[in-house]
Design a protein around this ligand. Structure first.
Ligand code: UDX
Length: 438
């Protein structure tokens, strides 16, 4: 497993748990050392204990050497990041390319390099040509693509019991090898049903991933667009979404309205998809994603406006408490987090902003050093004029509004995730506002 970030670590640990001899590799010696010592450099429920079990079993270890990787395995998974470029909307492929450059010259026997990262369509074919040039094994060092759909917070479950497996291959040999690797999921001994399998060419496998994330982002922006309409029509987006959800063709998942999507995948993937479509000359086909992105960003602005109006038309002299910093609950990931984007914008407009998050404070502080952070809801809410609920951690649902009343300067709360019980807050004397709701 090359690249021991979020995806690679989860995959390495799960492969070892499935019984494979597994070697995790990272160019970052500190990361490899931390993992070897059984310490996860990020938060993910259940993963750290599984990491320790697998280290103890002797099936899993970590290295920083491409040479060792090449000698170790027949199947190499590339799990490095493909962030958004700093100079534009496309994907930055430098880490993916570095894997081919680093590993390629050591590949002297037949093997498979399986990409798991999200990449612009056409990347795998290009990498395959480069690998054949670099590897002493030539064309016997092959490339396959196996997109990963795991969600943060559910990474272990999603890896061991994925909704589907997509194998993009360029030869029968590649398909055979990958079927062997995934045999425990495709032919489970007893109990769970076999995971659905789709075998495709390389380009289709690459596209499946961006298409899936584009669809999910579109679904969220759809309901958030309806929230905008509800706000001016005096309607309730929560009831609207519930009514839609009973139609099995629509379904209720990813139909939660609020401050919108963030994280390391959906926002950058739709932007990279638009950039790639433009290169391919099919921009009109994905032009709607521009709208999806804009609707999403408008929700952040809407929360800022609502908070300003709620606070009396200005942020000057106002104390605002933001509940949540992670882009979603059960994660310490703050990449493109709507909560922090809103908090920072409000701070820039003159308010004194204090943020509380159960797990993401350290990461949030690194990215937003000018924001203040507190260690508890109560401390964060001290003297607040408005509370903003922007990441729906379960503990925020358990807050007792009566108890919190004595802490704040004004009993006003905005639910930016539509998960709090409005009647409880109102019964305790709070003014309660939510997005898309009267
Ligand atoms: C996503 C995809 O779900 C996953 O399949 C892919 O592999 C990586 O990208 P992830 O980024 O972990 O996973 O988070 P996800 O649970 O999809 O949530 C993304 C964002 O959408 C979060 O900010 C979340 O709060 C938001 N969201 C999700 C909504 O606003 N409404 C919803 O109904 C669902």
């Amino acid at each position: 497993m090359i690249g021991t970030g979020y995806l690679g670590t989860t995959h390495a640990v799960c492969m070892a748990a499935l019984g494979f001899e597994t070697l995790g590799m990272d160019v970052d010696a500190e990361k490899a050392a931390s993992l070897s010592a059984g310490r996860l450099p990020f938060h993910e429920p259940g993963l750290e204990s599984l990491l320790r079990d697998q280290l103890a079993s002797g099936r899993l270890r970590f290295t920083t050497s491409y040479e060792e990787v090449a000698a170790f395995a027949e199947v190499h998974f590339s799990c490095v990041g493909t962030p958004q470029r700093t100079d534009g909307p496309g994907a930055d492929l430098r880490y993916t390319e570095a894997v081919v450059e680093g590993l390629g010259p050591h590949l002297s026997r037949p093997c498979l390099l399986v990409g798991k990262s999200t990449v612009p369509v056409g990347t795998a074919e290009r990498l395959a040509a480069r690998l054949a040039e670099l590897a002493p094994a030539g064309r016997d060092a092959e490339v396959a693509w196996n997109p990963e759909f795991l969600r943060e917070g559910f990474a272990v479950r999603d890896t061991l019991r994925p909704d589907r497996l997509v194998l993009g291959v360029a030869s029968d040999r590649a398909e055979r090898l990958l079927r062997e690797v995934y045999a425990p999921l495709l032919e489970p001994a007893d109990g769970p049903a076999a995971v659905p399998l789709v075998v495709t060419d390389l380009a289709t496998a690459e596209l499946v991933k961006v298409a899936a994330n584009s669809f999910l982002a579109t679904k969220i922006s759809f309901i958030n667009a309806m929230a905008e309409v509800c706000e001016v029509a005096g309607a309730d987006v929560q009831q609207l979404a519930e009514a839609l959800s009973y139609d099995p063709r629509i379904g209720g998942r990813f139909l939660r309205s609020g401050v919108g999507f963030g994280g390391g995948c959906l926002p950058k993937d739709i932007r990279a998809f638009m950039a790639r479509a433009e290169e391919l000359g099919v921009s009109p086909a994905v032009r709607f994603l521009r709208e999806v992105d804009e609707i999403n960003l408008r929700r952040r602005a809407a929360v800022v406006d609502l908070a300003r109006r709620f606070g009396g038309g200005t942020f000057h002299g106002r104390r605002i408490t933001v509940l949540g910093a992670a882009f979603k609950p059960d994660s310490d990931d703050v990449r493109d987090s709507p909560a922090l984007a809103v908090a920072e914008r409000i701070r820039q407009q003159g308010a004194e902003v204090t943020v509380y998050d159960p797990k993401a404070t350290d990461n949030a502080r690194k990215s937003f050093p000018a924001l203040a952070f507190a260690e508890s809801v109560t401390k964060a809410a001290c003297g607040a004029h408005v509370l903003l609920h922007l990441t729906e951690w379960p503990e925020f649902g358990d807050i007792d509004p009566v108890e919190l009343s004595g802490t704040v300067a004004r009993r006003r709360i905005i639910d930016g995730r539509n998960t709090l019980d409005a009647s409880r807050w109102r019964a305790a004397g709070w003014e309660f506002r939510a997005l898309g709701r009267p």
